[in-house]
Design a protein around this ligand. Sequence first.
Ligand code: IMP
Length: 422
Amino acid sequence: MVDLLLGLQWGDEGKGKIVDVLTKDYDIIARFQGGPNAGHTLEFDGIKHVLHTIPSGIFHKNAINIVGNGVVIDPVIFKKELDNLDKFNIDIVSKLLISRKAHLILPTHRLLDAASEAAKGKAKIGSTLKGIGPTYMDKTGRNGMRVGDLEFGNWKKKYRALADKHEAMIGFYNVDVQYNLAELETEFFDAVETLKKLSFIDSEEYIFKAQANGQKILAEGAQGSLLDIDFGTYPYVTSSNTTAAGACTGLGVPPNKIEKVYGIFKAYTTRVGSGPFPTELFDQDGETMGRVGNEFGATTGRPRRCGWLDLVALKYAVQINGVTDLMMMKSDVLSGFDKLKVCTAYQYKGETIQHLPYNIESKNVTPVYTELKGWAADLTKMTKAEDLPKALNDYIAFLEQELQVPIKIVSVGPDRLQTIRR
Ligand code: IMP
């Protein structure tokens, strides 16, 4: 049996925290797409951990963690993540398994990302510049290098041919990208040696057998549904399928084996990078959300854009993913607002619509808001659903009514313990 856990907005919903909270109920946690553009933050025992490629179940003794075939791995960042885990005495070789079919991010993929963004000028995507797009391009272009290639003696030859091609492509962009490839390669080859110490597996086979043996698997998504390469706000998206279907292709899980689909959303909305964001705020309210919510990218440190909850977009994500259980994060950040706004429709070309139009650029779309009462109480010490203030319960009831899916978890702070089940 496989359950999925996905972000429903533009990423940074708090997936890392919830995976960590849920891990005790699962035998295997498996990442299925994305790469080190993700930053999954976990907090417990007073320590904050940020994971980029490693699944968020790594801190639990009994769970096996799998990096699936749909993930792209940068050995250099991966090594740093492993180094950060050193002090926790985790048996990494037996607890962390890597799909042979996962693609490798080469140093030149990162350079290509930088060149591509520089060439786009004002139209840049706002990429995390981790080489994600160019690596997935090589995957679909059938040129990529995979983890399994490292088990063969001639992998450096393959590497060289691909890196040389990338260098020629960087020249094609005709922009100023400064780099010292020799230095980057020394670091890369060194990190590959670390990666090679881990267990490479045929993960689809492993997962198939685990299911046959009755093990419970949680597939951990990265980024969010509105960054999906097909269904997101293209071209301002990432390069993988962040939606439920991505778990099938990114792990080799058949659709009929998926049971629960946990959809994670923030009680408001944030976005990093460029692209449409109809409910974005440029006023004091947006500033307050950013400050109180500490809305800075876990991977890049960039300030996140903030705005009211967008139910049109959220409904779309619930639909695309077939969400069965919702989890509302960062409810505590909304404490203290007199009134809360929720976008329930868009004005688009003179009409009121309730779906995401093809051309969702902010200049074409004006949000239509419903106002709800805010609450003043500090939620961060609350532990039971009965403690929650009436106005928050009304907010939750309104969302459940609109989305027709129950909100099962309300998060009231970053720590594992600040999690209320309903
Ligand atoms: P890329 O995937 O790094 O190329 O970035 C493409 C877009 O997705 C940019 O707008 C990024 O800010 C956004 N993005 C990528 N990963 C994340 C994430 O983990 N959280 C939020 N936004 C992300």
